[in-house]
Design a protein around this ligand. Structure first.
Ligand code: NDP
Length: 821
């Protein structure tokens, strides 16, 4: 081609990055062994698996196939190292992490080449996005290591953490996992994906180079069935952090249920890319390229659903097709290539299967006229139009370069369409009207919202999902809490000891034995008004059966049954409704109908919480007496519980308009607004101890943050909660915000945990109940917060209130707002 022709066609010539340094590093090391205790160790099985270059289909290297014996060895190394690393001062950890960041930068080009060879992604991306973000992650978290003692004073590391990462961003996912874990003083056993282990092994070399103490980071390559599952089930692992498919995430949730392991899951997505008719369409086109053809579309937060306002749809689709004609696919090491290879033949086949399905379902498929390379695993950029929202390709994560487009007319329709999948990882909104964009952003069920931009990531800004995209955040201060636990939590494993006393005192349908020396006169007094007028004292008290509290109304139990409530001597002191599945369903419906609560102002929520405190205070003595009656504790003790409850309501009234999130300043011209949002409908099973304080300590933070709730009060002592009905009614609390269903705690909790319209479940009870709740939550991947049978001192302000509760009551949405023309 001559110069004249080049000007004519504007064709790029080849601009290959040299593969030689990467290949010779691989040659020096292959077959790769396991990295345990800073040593390269042969796998117990003696087996190795091939690592393939997806751009050629040829073998690049062999890596060790670890098995459960290697997992045991790595976890033991991590446990031994934790003894020291967990106590190493933050400043020392910061120095190590700073050294890691420096070394990443020193080896940046080698890492970029290795990543492209191993994963098939274009060098332009590994060099300019993946590796710089990896370094940034370690620098940023070196800072948190330095600041941990002052900024998270009430927290300690979790222990040994198991981390399982996918193949789509091999080194970046490693950084997202390892950096916060190290910063907070944990030790690590990490399993890379079997297709893409090489940069993790180079990272292990860096760990050796900088002299990180042995056992702090251990890396095990191999198959999911051998390494991943063994890690998940290992009894000496304190936390699992996973990124990958929703199906595997669900199986991990089930496998860890009741084990007491902390869990964070970053799962799939089907993220909307919403274009309003006033958007700058040329920018939109480039945005779409980044949203769905970045990393061949193998991105959990890929903008894979293009939602376009109807009047501009044809114009945008035409522009997009034109742009797709000019995308360049081919050798990932070519610096002028936009789209590289798909990671594996299996993934390629799956993409093809789903594309065929789309065609079968009647959508219109379009691909550019040019052909893909025939060697290696390539798939062309693909656009579907005429897609109906309920079809497979509109609902299922394709995880390839395939975009489906749909149209909408109004902003409300756009939001509805955007939220019409079980996922909630990310969303992108395009409009020149910032008011419109900022109005839409909070309505989207997504952990990240990008305004007039897409696929931006930074260590300062947490990343993670809503709904079936998982829970937990990576990055930002919120990400640190995934790797710490409160210092007051001294226990290591779930306990079934607590609650035994309570369980044996529980009525459970059968009346406990009354003491032999039962004092009939004293019992009578419980039922007779104590008025001093001498007349009413002769009358029996008016019978009061507590009902359910659903949708702001007192309703009878659907079952038509009541259950007796006893005092510690076994005397009946009242009845409450026997709630069932139907009552829970009604309560969840009422809670959903009250969604306006989250949209109201925080000031308003604060006012109502203060009002509740005021109304409770007016009946202080009565509430204290009810606690005495139910628990047999002294009046002074019970009065202290009521006082603490009033104070707790004040605390959350105070927090309601002060738990505000942050404004991040990532390295971009713009800001990221990190907004803690209500989770939605939370199911709450209250502890048995402290019938009033335990109830309010959970209800108040949940509603202060804008959630609506369905609460199962203490099973043994429910009357303090049912006495709150009038307090709630007289405090201007809208109907449906707090719904109370009395009855068998575990039966009702199970219904709540199984319910697909419940977004989170809190359970404070025996270890077995916690396990059941965690197991059931895997259905819709609801967030859970359980006590694992451990006690909490509800009277203590450190344990009984504060940010831990507020964090559990919220999920952070990061809204990226770039600025400048
Ligand atoms: P997986 O979820 O299967 O794999 C992710 C990681 O988990 C890998 O390290 C894998 O190991 C490991 N793993 C798999 N099964 C288990 C298990 N039972 N217990 C413990 N660890 C396990 O993703 P795939 O690689 O199979 O991809 C399948 C689909 O998942 C993709 O098509 C895409 O839709 C989605 N996906 C989503 C990602 C995201 O970021 N949200 C990332 C990757 C995939 P191994 O590699 O050895 O199998």
């Amino acid at each position: 081609m001559n110069v004249m022709e080049i000007f004519e066609t504007m064709e790029y010539g080849p601009a290959p990055e040299a593969a030689a340094p990467g290949l010779s590093w691989i040659q020096e090391h292959s077959p790769f062994n396991l990295f345990i205790n800073n040593q390269w160790v042969k796998p117990a099985s003696g087996q190795y698996i091939d690592s393939i270059n997806p751009a050629t289909g040829k073998r690049l290297a062999q890596v060790a196939a670890a098995n459960s014996a290697d997992v045991d060895a790595a976890v033991a190394a991590g446990r031994a190292a934790f003894e020291t690393w967990g106590k190493t001062p933050g400043h020392v950890r910061a120095r190590y992490m700073y050294a890691i960041a420096r070394h990443i930068q020193k080896h940046s080009r080698l890492l970029a080449v290795l990543e492209s060879l191993d994963n098939g992604k274009p060098i332009r991306e590994t060099r300019d996005i993946d590796i710089p973000l990896v370094a940034r992650h370690f620098y940023y978290h070196a800072g948190w290591a330095q600041l941990m003692e002052s900024e998270l004073p009430g927290y300690q590391p979790v222990g040994v953490v198991g981390q399982i990462i996918p193949w789509n961003f091999p080194l970046l996912m490693l950084a997202w996992k390892i950096a916060p874990a190290l910063a907070m003083g944990n030790t690590i056993v990490l399993k890379p994906a079997r297709y893409t282990s090489l940069t993790a092994l180079k990272f292990a070399e860096i760990v050796q180079e900088i002299g990180l103490p042995p056992g702090v980071v251990n890396i095990l390559t191999g198959e999911a069935s051998q390494v991943g599952e063994a890690l998940v089930r290992h009894p000496d692992i304190n936390k699992i952090a996973f990124t990958g498919s929703t199906d595997v995430g669900r199986s991990i949730r089930r496998a860890t249920a009741g084990s007491g392991k902390k869990l964070s899951l970053e799962l799939g997505g089907k993220s909307p890319f919403i274009v309003f008719d006033d958007a700058d369409l040329d920018s939109v086109v480039e945005g779409v390229v980044d949203a769905i053809w970045f990393n061949q579309g193998q991105v959990c937060c890929a903008g894979s659903r293009l939602l376009v306002q109807e009047d501009i749809a044809d114009r945008l689709i035409e522009k997009l097709r034109e742009r797709m004609e000019h995308l360049r696919i081919g050798d990932p090491l070519d610096k002028a290539v936009d789209i590289g290879a798909i990671v594996s033949p299996g993934q390629l086949k799956e993409i093809q299967r789903l594309v065929n399905k789309g065609v079968e379902e009647g959508a219109v498929m379009w691909q550019p006229s040019w052909a893909c390379p025939t060697e290696g695993y390539f798939f062309p950029p693909t656009l579907f139009t005429n897609v109906s929202p309920a079809t497979t390709i509109a609902q299922v994560e394709i995880f390839g370069p395939v975009l489906v487009s749909m149209t909408f007319r109004t902003p409300a329709e756009a939001v509805e369409l955007a939220n019409n999948t079980p996922y909630g990882l990310a969303a992108s909104v395009w409009s020149e009207n910032i008011n419109l964009a900022l109005d839409v952003a909070p309505k989207l069920k997504a952990g990240s919202v990008w305004i007039n931009c897409t696929n931006l990531f930074d260590a300062s800004s947490g990343f993670g999902g809503y709904r079936e995209s998982g829970f937990g955040r990576e990055g930002g201060k919120e990400g640190l809490y995934e790797y710490v636990r409160p210092k007051w939590e001294t226990h290591e494993a779930p306990s079934s000891e607590l609650h035994i006393a309570i369980e044996s005192a529980s009525t459970n349908g059968s009346k406990p034995q009354a003491p032999a020396d039962e004092d009939a006169e004293a019992e009578g007094l419980d039922h007779i008004s104590t008025s001093a007028d001498g007349y009413s004292a002769l009358l029996p008290a008016i019978d009061r059966t507590s009902k359910m509290f659903i949708g702001g109304k007192q309703t009878r139990a659907d079952s038509g049954y009541s259950r007796d409530v006893y005092d510690p001597q076994g005397r009946v002191i009242g009845q409450v409704g026997e709630g069932n599945r139907k009552d829970i369903r009604n309560a969840v419906e009422a809670a959903h109908a009250a969604h306006g609560w989250a949209a109201g102002t925080a000031h308003n929520r604060a006012q109502i919480l203060y009002y509740m405190a005021e109304n409770l205070s007016a009946r202080e003595e009565e509430f204290a007496r009810k606690i005495v009656q139910q628990t047999g504790r002294s009046y002074v003790d019970a009065a202290a519980e009521v006082q603490a409850t009033i104070s707790r309501l004040f605390s959350y009234a105070a927090w309601a308009d002060k738990y505000e999130g942050a404004v991040h300043r990532p390295p971009l011209r713009g800001v990221v607004l990190a907004m803690p949002e209500a989770i939605g409908v939370i199911g709450i099973a209250c502890p048995e101890e402290y019938p009033l304080l335990g109830f309010v300590s959970l209800v108040a933070p949940a509603i202060a943050m804008g959630n609506t709730i369905v609460v199962v009060p203490s099973q043994v002592s429910p009357l303090s909660a049912t006495d709150c009905y009038q307090v709630l009614e007289t405090s201007d609390l809208p109907g449906g915000v707090v719904n109370i269903v009395t009855g068998d705690r575990d039966e009702l909790s199970q219904v709540l945990a199984d319910h697909d319209d419940v977004d989170a479940m809190w359970y404070f009870g025996p270890a077995e109940g916690c396990k059941r709740v965690e197991l059931a939550s895997a259905g819709n991947m609801k967030r859970t917060w359980v006590s694992y049978g451990h006690p909490r001192d509800w009277m203590d302000r450190v344990q009984g209130e504060g940010e831990e509760f507020l964090r559990e009551a919220t999920q952070v949405k990061n809204i990226w707002v770039p600025y400048g023309e």
